[in-house]
Design a protein around this ligand. Structure first.
Ligand SMILES: Nc1ncnc2c1ncn2[C@@H]1O[C@H](COP(=O)(O)OP(=O)(O)OP(=O)(O)O)[C@@H](O)[C@H]1O
Ligand SMILES: O=C(O)[C@H](O)[C@@H](O)[C@H](O)[C@H](O)CO
Length: 196
């Protein structure tokens, strides 16, 4: 069944730019920004603040809650842009189960840059010491349907424009092209490597 991308998840490790890029995409696309971190239970925030990485169990309820929030937004006629690390494929599948046809924008960067960004962000609960565990858990969404991989070091405005263009294209293709992974551009796993 043809399906347009109704909602976006901006994903990647801590420090990749999910909040900044997600907000910029929401502005450009008349979407509603949903900050995934706001839905972590206090125990998860306390655990990360103490320098301990989250486990699959820690994240399970959080991901279900995020799926519910996406459904509620769509039910209210909004276009949600969710920021969520979504590090593993099964995490992304939990969100896809809640919202079929979900699009993922993956902000890719190196551990070194992620650590530097997290270290230079005073007042945020996430310590740079957890960056390695983020990459240890990361399963890049290569070859998964409806995913766009972007270089997280590109200028913020360019990242937001490319993601918004891709989302707009998916809406168009949803009416005309197959939703199969090999179908329209919006449904393939794309890597935008054209640089700045
Ligand atoms: N494209 C970019 N170029 C340069 N710096 C960026 C870019 N995107 C984000 N940053 C900077 O990197 C830091 C992390 O950005 P942001 O908080 O949006 O990442 P995040 O993925 O939401 O992090 P977390 O998952 O830890 O909340 C911030 O200081 C931000 O200003
Ligand atoms: O899945 C995770 O390990 C967590 O969601 C982290 O990614 C934090 O939410 C976020 O990055 C805070 O900085």
């Amino acid at each position: 069944m043809d399906r347009a991308i109704s909602a976006l998840v901006v994903m990647g490790v801590a420090g990749c730019g999910k909040s900044c890029v997600g907000a910029a995409i929401a502005d450009l696309s008349e979407g509603r920004l949903v900050e995934g971190d706001a839905f972590h239970p206090p125990a998860n925030i306390a655990k990360m603040s103490a320098g301990a990485p989250l486990t699959d169990e820690d994240r399970a309820g959080w991901l279900v809650r995020l799926g519910e929030e996406l459904v509620a937004c769509l039910g209210a006629g909004e276009r949600p842009v969710l920021t969520c690390s979504a590090l593993k494929k099964r995490y992304r599948d939990t969100l896809r189960h809640a919202v079929p046809g979900l699009g993922f924008v993956y902000l890719e960067l190196t551990p070194e840059i992620a650590a530097a960004r997290v270290a230079n962000r005073p007042g945020h609960f996430m310590p740079a010491s957890l960056i390695k565990s983020q990459f240890d858990a990361l399963e890049p969404p290569d070859r998964e349907a409806a995913t766009l991989t972007l270089d997280a070091t590109l200028p913020l405005a360019l990242l937001a424009e490319r993601a918004s263009q891709w989302w707009r294209a998916s809406v168009t293709a949803g009416g005309a092209n197959s939703a199969q992974p090999e179908g329209g551009e919006a449904y393939r796993s794309l890597r935008d490597a054209s640089g700045g």
